[in-house]
Design a protein around this ligand. Structure first.
Ligand code: FES
Length: 94
């Protein structure tokens, strides 16, 4: 995952919060890796850009993930398959 700020892209941008609160709540890097693995398994990593975020400003609702301009809260490892199937793949036309 990169850490650069917003830049123009035609890929779906997925930002996983790796801030302290979200990481302590079970998100952070392990969550980002799980999403990345699921997208790799689905063969769509070339259609997304994964980024980390130091804080998405919603610590009390963490772990937080942003997909495009939409935010998702309380996302844990066990939620990754559903998140990918229901929220990521449809956004890239799959
Ligand atoms: S640490 Fe994740 S939203 Fe603040």
């Amino acid at each position: 995952m990169g850490t650069m700020l917003d830049m123009p892209t035609d890929k779906l941008r997925i930002r996983v919060c790796t801030g302290m609160h979200c990481s302590m709540d079970g998100g952070g890097n392990p969550l980002g890796r799980a999403i990345q693995q699921a997208l790799t398994d689905a063969g769509v990593m070339d259609q997304v850009e994964m980024w980390s975020a130091h804080c998405l400003g919603e610590c009390e609702n963490g772990p937080c993930v942003r997909i495009g301009s939409d935010r998702f809260y309380h996302i844990h490892l066990e939620d990754v398959p559903q998140l990918v199937r229901n929220e990521i793949l449809p956004r890239i036309g799959r």
